[in-house]
Write a protein that binds this ligand. Sequence first.
Ligand SMILES: [Fe+2]
Ligand SMILES: [Fe+2]
Length: 186
Amino acid sequence: MKTYEQIKEYVKNILSEKRFYHSECVSERCVELAKIYGVDTEKAKLIGIAHDVAKEMPAEKQIEYAKENGIELDEVELKNAKLLHAKIGAKICEKEFGFSKDMVEAVKNHTTGMSGMDMLSKVLFIGDATGIDRTYDEAKYLYEIATEDIDKAIFECINNTIREVIDRGTPLHINTVMTRNEYLLK
Ligand SMILES: [Fe+2]
Ligand SMILES: [Fe+2]
């Protein structure tokens, strides 16, 4: 597996300054959450820095990459370019960085959520939403909840996402709905 420094260099070369800073902030948050929830802090650090590796790849390139690598994309993902980078990024993390299965899964799940997420996936999901680059009050509030009850934070975060998707008028991904139901029914 590639080291943190190697991955950092890789993403620094392909991401904008803003997105790279976001990745560093997410990595830090993931480590903090990993400590609280007893998951591997090294894995958390690596998935944080790597999670948006495909975010700035043009949509056509991402679709092409998916075809070349046998990644199935559903209709909603194909119509919402924002969603593509999770699956594409996960594949890059597997192929280029040598991530373990749970780390690849976490990157894959970071945008829509997924039912049955393990703690590493949960850490990245909330780390992404609450890095210190997120300046809005909601992020601070979510992080506070997450330090006490990460499942509750995910539920709140998903509710916000769903409201945003409705306001934007874009299709809602089925995994987001399934994740919400899982935490609602807990
Ligand atoms: Fe992302
Ligand atoms: Fe992100």
